[in-house]
Ligand binder design. Structure first.
Ligand SMILES: Cc1ncc(COP(=O)(O)O)c(C=O)c1O
Length: 476
């Protein structure tokens, strides 16, 4: 079926189904409602991270095992959210659970280095073809630290990020995440729009925003800021506006442009790394960044972050080069006399996270699991696309490796501005319809499902079958 043949859905029907399913959600989850009411008196929005809440209230969870998760009312779900993509290993993988029990019994924090930290760094080096690695505790810390290293290495202050890209919650990158249409500026020079109150103006000025998948615009922006940009940070697949893959040649062109301008190219592989391939997006797309950032799935469910990259760049943690790459900037002047980049953290490399990383990467997410993960994901995306075609839904299914979603818009999304047209009402009706039938997806149209090594074909088929029932009600 062509795009032109897809019909819009009956809006009244979508609204009716959405309202009915939200009422059903409330009826099935009274304990979560009660806990959220109580939580709201102790935590702003009733949650620990604002990403965790949604209307009418989030599910409170009690147990997770394998591919399943249970809420506080005892409802069981096949978990396709997998903690925003943290759990490529699945919940509490038996090998991980056993190793962590041993570790917990023997101390979880020393602030002295442990051998597992070397093993994990060596494994990351192998997978991603990087020279040196450092650990942190989250994706936010990983991108924050990588950007500082890039600034120290180049002696420059500005960075370039892509509109719609999310790289964590520090000031440098909490800009133009999903900017409103009326303030986002022209296509060829997007405005840097803070995504939070409390953002200093000076920080906004240092972060330049470019449209994803438009290499000529990126080239023009770099030219206009010649010798000023330290880093280009890019999530190789934009996984925070659904699933938006790079256009053919886009990452290669970024590599060329970074080289041409002496800029550090940073791949944010917090979601892609060790998930879409053994060696993440770096392997999948065959483009080598100067630095890459990891978190989420590398810890199997335990908090962790890491960044690594080229020797010359990473050694800035020991001593910054005396001059920037080819631009003759005196680093010591910029850094107020500091001769190296600070990379610090009490919990960095703690024994619990290191043990989790070693087991997850060397015993669970081994090279042999990826073909099966890809086949399973193709089955889910393929099955979802058949449903879309059968009912002519204004949508399409897409995946990159074991991460995918149904994008509720008929036209392919290639960058953030296409994503704004997404049918959030239709998405919401589908979310609650699936949740009420035991299929849990991430609670936002900007996220996607993640399959783990513990999911089965039967579970994928159940997901497709429930989605078909939904489509039948909406457009049958
Ligand atoms: C691409 C990307 N980078 C960075 C982050 C930040 O990671 P964290 O939430 O662990 O700080 C996220 C989180 O969702 C992410 O998706």
């Amino acid at each position: 079926m062509t795009v032109a043949e897809r019909r819009d859905v009956d809006r009244d029907r979508v609204r009716q189904v959405g309202e009915r399913e939200i009422a059903e959600y409330r009826a099935r989850t009274p304990r979560s409602a009660e806990l959220h009411g109580r939580a709201s008196r102790a935590l702003p929005l009733g949650v620990a991270s604002s990403f965790q809440t949604y209307d009418p209230y989030p599910l409170f969870m009690t147990d997770g095992r394998g591919s399943r998760i249970w809420d506080a009312d005892g409802n069981e779900y096949i978990d396709f959210d997998m903690a925003f993509g943290v759990l490529a290993a699945g919940h509490s993988h038996p090998r991980l659970a056993e190793a962590l029990q041993r570790r917990v019994a023997n101390g979880t924090c020393y602030t002295f280095p442990v051998e597992d930290g070397i093993v994990l760094a060596e494994e990351i080096k192998r997978r991603f073809n990087v020279d040196l690695v450092r650990f942190s505790n989250s994706g936010t810390e990983a991108t924050m630290d990588a950007i500082r290293v890039a600034r120290g290495y180049t002696g420059r202050e500005k960075i370039l990020k892509f509109e719609g890209g999310y790289h964590g919650h520090h000031d440098d990158v909490l800009i133009s995440i999903q900017p409103p249409r009326d303030v986002m500026g022209p296509d060829a020079s997007p405005t840097s729009v803070p995504a939070t109150a409390g953002m200093p103006r000076s920080r906004v000025a240092e972060t330049i925003v470019a449209p994803f998948n438009q290499p000529d615009v990126v080239a023009a922006i770099l030219e206009a800021n010649r010798d000023e940009i330290a880093a280009i940070i890019v999530e190789p697949v934009q996984f925070n506006i659904g699933v938006v893959p790079p256009a053919r040649g886009f990452l290669e062109r970024l590599r060329e442009l970074a080289d041409e301008h002496g800029i550090v190219l940073i791949f944010d592989e917090v979601k892609t790394g060790v998930v879409i391939a053994y060696g993440g997006a770096t392997e999948y797309f065959g483009v080598q960044p100067d630095l890459l950032c990891l978190a989420k799935s590398i810890g199997g469910g335990i908090p962790i972050g890491a960044f690594g990259g080229r020797e010359a760049v990473m050694r800035s943690i020991e001593a910054v080069p005396e001059r920037g790459p080819g631009v003759g900037i005196e680093h010591s002047t910029l850094a107020g006399g500091a001769t190296r980049v600070a990379h610090l953290g009490t919990f960095n490399g703690n024994p619990l996270s290191m043990a989790a990383g070693v087991v997850t990467l060397t015993e669970i997410l081994t090279p042999d699991v990826y073909p099966r993960l890809h086949a399973l994901a193709d089955r889910l995306a393929g099955g979802s696309q058949e449903v879309v075609d059968e009912f002519g839904l204004p949508a399409y299914a897409i995946n990159v490796g074991p991460k995918g979603c149904v994008m509720f818009t008929p036209e392919r999304v290639t960058s953030y501005r296409d994503f704004i047209g997404l049918d959030s009402e239709l998405w919401e009706a589908s979310f609650f319809y699936l949740v009420n039938r035991g299929v849990l997806l991430p609670p936002g149209p900007d996220d996607q499902w993640t399959l783990s090594v513990q999911h089965t074909e039967e579970e994928v088929d159940r997901h497709v079958a429930v989605f078909r029932d939904f489509a039948l009600e909406i457009a049958g």
